[in-house]
Write a protein that binds this ligand. Sequence first.
Ligand code: BGC
Length: 731
Amino acid sequence: MRIFALCLALVLQAWPAVARPLYLDAKSPVEARVQDLLSRMTLEEKIGQMTQLNYSAINSTGKEDAVDVDEKKLRAVIRNFHVGSFLNGFAVPPAQWADYYATLQRINLEESRLKIPIVYGIDHVHGTNYITGGTVFPQNLNMAATFNDSLAAAEGRITALESADLGHAWDFAPILDVGINPYWSRLYETFGEEPLVGARMGAAFIRALQDAPEIAPYRVAGTAKHFIGYSNPSSGHDRTPAQIPDQFLQEFWVPAFRAAIEAGVKTVMINSGEVNGVPVHTSRRLLVELLRDQLGFTGVAVTDWEDILKLVNHHRVAADEREATRLAVDAGIDMAMTPFTTDFCVHLKSLVREGAISPARIDESVARILRLKFDLGLFEHPYPRTNRFPRIGAADHRMAALQAARESIVLLENRGALPLSDQAQAILVIGPAAESKRNVNGGWTLGWMGRPEPEYPHSMPTVREALKRAFPHASVRSASNPSADEMRAADVIVAAMGEEPYAEGPGNIDDLSLPWQQHALLRAAADSGRPVVLVLFEGRPRIVSGISDRMAAVVFAGLPGFEGPTAVAEVLSGKVNPSGRLPFSYPRTVGHVVPFHHKPSDKSGAQYPFGSGLSYTKFEYSGLSLSAERLRPSAEITATVTVKNAGRVAGQESVLWYLTDEVGRVTRPVRRLGHYEKITLQPGQSTQVKFRIVPREALAYPDERGRKVLEPGAFTLRVGNQAARFFLDGE
Ligand code: BGC
């Protein structure tokens, strides 16, 4: 008996070691774990890993209005289809997210034969915009206006810190589409029209998000989206066709994605639209030759929303969903955001069974998805953690968002009205954004299209409330329909104009003008004879050229997030010296819209060119010099300029260095941004700022296949009011 008991004890002790499969051993190398797990999976289990469902497919209502789990629905999709990923939601409290995700994961692990954890995807695109109490940063277009990469890094880190514990392991950010079409309803989600800004800020965001040490043992994956060519639909409407010559695509769309891939971005989301007549979801050229072969991306490529089905009912390149599934998988998608049904699983299984898709092709995608899950540590830490909630919306996080908002406000015109005098007794705030928190944030805030006004945090002031805080002794009132007398009674009128929240298709417009009602209100305000400060809260440049001359000041506030009104009030009061610069061209008319890097045969139609932005101090540039005036391709030169704060207040300055390739076989843009750096100078202080020019990085341009072309000849460098010419020799 004793001996039997001893034997049993020995067997039991050895049992876990024998039974424990290699893939569950955290100490084994990831690649070995991937291969081991893959070898144990059935075809159905593999296809399930390639499937992503929306939360409404498994919640109690079946609609996009409840972040909860209907156990029966969830068990069915896991048991029958082995679904490996879910997405989406809207702002609910952290405890609810944690509870929801714990339930989701528990049921998944109970039902999943191989215990493969779920990876959850969410659109935290400007801070943790889908967590009640989360820190909400300015939208990306504002982030770009700061020209301060460290703020994008702060955003990435804070997003990870506030969301990783809740199971939000996959953030669908950052958007890396180059923002060169101001009609496009997603311009505000981009880093503007200069590829360099998207490349630098996107990479800074990704590194900070994915490598945040403080979230250990959790990790978060970023998403470079939307690959590629999404942002310049010819009609200006979302998800409509784009015609983009290959060379143009390589020069303007590729750099931000390349930088993201170099920064280690773990996933890519595919452009829903079509480029040059081919929907990107069916394009092997873009998804294999460009993304994998040229750019070397090894991570997961997920479709965008329902995009396999859209190949049938929107693009009409497939007669039915089965054919669409074949086309998309063939082209290189790894995971389908289906997002409502499991039909994808059924179609893909039959395609493999019938030999239309090879098992090896499935394994390739599933290996990438498993690698992601191992990399994220999900097998070891599948459950959320609830003891770090206080860091959600922490004071230092909000300070970072406030700093980003401050640096993103762009002063476009100032006829001496700003900063407002502290003698102002009566401030009248008019316009649709005066009392609206929604309008200050835009889409993707608390919900896809924003949420009803009362759901925004009490701690967030409206523009009127923020001005009252900045001018505690003044009367600060708002009026939606002010009479002439009310306006005449004010010392200053702050006109908070712009747009209502929108995202994607619902944000389509046919006319870029500021809505006529707002023009009429601005005219009436100007007629009162009182100084009018126009503050534009908008996701794209709505034309103001018909009225801007009559304004005492014009401010582009963009969509500055929860801290935005405070930042605007600080700029208006002079507590903060504005330092934002426009990261896009603000057109003068609806009829002539070209980016700042247009070709020499065109001309700019901008009222406020790229880089515009005034300060309350004066920065003087002098003494631009080059370490050499001729260089060889393998050499480099350093440009140096002195920047002085010649005014009476401290200020920050974005030093923007432009390069012009004077002659090129492919016509070169009139200028491109070669480098930028943000500096702070006290009154009277000056400093030397440098730009190290490496020819293969700064002077080359890609040909239509992405090969670098470096042509000898003259280049012009411009910074501030300074210019210098230098020559690149042949090798
Ligand atoms: C958008 C993506 C987003 C996805 C999930 C799509 O409609 O294009 O940017 O990540 O929805 O919400």
